[in-house]
Design a protein around this ligand. Structure first.
Ligand SMILES: [Zn+2]
Length: 364
């Protein structure tokens, strides 16, 4: 054997109770034997008594696309047991990107993912332009966990349309250019194509993230471009504007699996996520491979009033998202603005990130 891990408390990853005092033997990169007191010798042996052993966690929803260019170990994930990360989720990534669009792309990530502009400016290695060059760069530099990378719709849109990506639908020439990027990206090794139609996904100055401007023609064209490779997952964060039957129609048309995020329980719409999951289950009985991405713990957010993600979907908040700190402070104190937010909260909404649950907000 190449490796013998002795005497651990073994979690096998099936959900079964852990077994104490287990040995695991590895040969040629694969588990060769699992038992108590294995009678084998190995080139390398690790005493794991008093420790737990488990399969690596696959983190299917990360946004390490920028960080991984300066931190190949994508801290803190490996220390938490993660051995595979999926990046490019929601279509928010940094590749492809032209030199002239770098600021635009970074500013969008500060808003939608709460990343520090200073950290990104100091850290991002921009020695790529295309998506295949980005993957090549990661491969050349090396990464600690396994990395699977989605093609990101918003980045592709910005690459094909420039600043117009956040303001309008694409024309047929632009859709063809995007489809080519998707095809080339699949050839280069992407695991699929990711997008977002969630209203709370806004970029710099409150402008919608580019993917939100895509119409049905564009979305179907790009998923088809992915499917033409014969593989790939279509991932989307759907928000409350896209429904499961629509996604089922795309799965039926392309024959590809669809990962639907982020199905988070919301107490003000207690059946919302369960309805989505029931529709997903029904679609699966019809042979469409739809997956609902749920979370094992409640979603929490750190935010500031300069970048208040939970309320950015509010109509009343839109004018504030373009303001600098001084103007913002004045508007936050404005009674009309405050009343407009209260009025909006009082109106029923489908699924809203924040629904006036003030008891859940902690000011620090
Ligand atoms: Zn995401």
């Amino acid at each position: 054997m190449d490796l013998l891990i002795r005497g651990s408390e073994l979690f096998d990853g099936t959900g079964a109770p852990p077994k104490p005092g287990m040995d695991v033997a590895v040969k040629d990169g694969r588990i060769a034997a699992v038992d108590q007191n294995l009678a084998v010798t190995a080139a390398r042996s690790i005493d794991a008594s008093g420790l737990a052993l488990m399969p690596g966690i696959i983190d299917s929803h990360t946004h390490f696309d920028a960080q991984i260019t300066w931190d190949p170990s994508v801290r803190p994930s490996p220390a938490l047991g993660v051995s595979t990360v999926v990046i490019g989720n929601c279509g928010f990534t940094i590749a492809p990107c032209r030199a002239k669009d770098r600021d635009l792309v970074m500013r969008n990530l500060t808003q939608v993912e709460g990343m520090s502009m200073d950290a990104m400016k100091a850290g991002i290695d921009w020695s790529f332009e295309s998506f295949p060059q980005y993957l090549g760069m990661l491969q050349k530099r090396g990464v600690v966990p396994n990395v699977a990378c989605f093609l990101g719709h918003s980045s592709i849109r910005t690459f094909a349309m420039g600043a117009d990506a956040t303001t309008r639908a694409a024309n047929s020439g632009e859709i063809a250019a995007m489809a080519k990027i998707v095809k080339d990206g699949m050839t280069a090794g992407a695991v699929g194509f990711a997008t977002s139609t969630a209203p709370q996904h806004n970029g710099w100055g409150g402008q919608p993230m580019p993917s939100r401007l895509a119409d049905d023609t564009e979305l179907r064209a790009l998923v088809k471009a992915m499917a033409s490779s014969g593989r790939g997952i279509f991932m989307l964060t759907k928000g409350n504007v896209t429904d499961v039957p629509y996604l089922e129609s795309i799965a039926a048309e392309t024959g590809r699996p669809i990962m639907i995020a982020a199905l988070l329980h919301n107490p003000t719409n207690p059946d919302g996520t369960f309805k989505d999951l029931r529709q997903i289950a029904a679609a699966r009985t019809r042979g469409r491979e739809l997956w609902g991405q749920v979370s094992c713990c409640p979603l929490t957010m750190d935010f500031t009033l300069q970048s208040p993600y939970p309320v950015e979907g509010f109509d009343a908040w839109q004018p504030l998202m373009k303001l600098g700190p001084d103007d913002l402070r004045r508007r936050l104190a404005d009674r009309n603005f405050r009343q407009a937010v209260r009025d909006e909260l009082a109106r029923p909404a489908g699924v809203r990130l924040f629904n006036g649950e003030w008891d859940k907000i902690e000011v620090t």
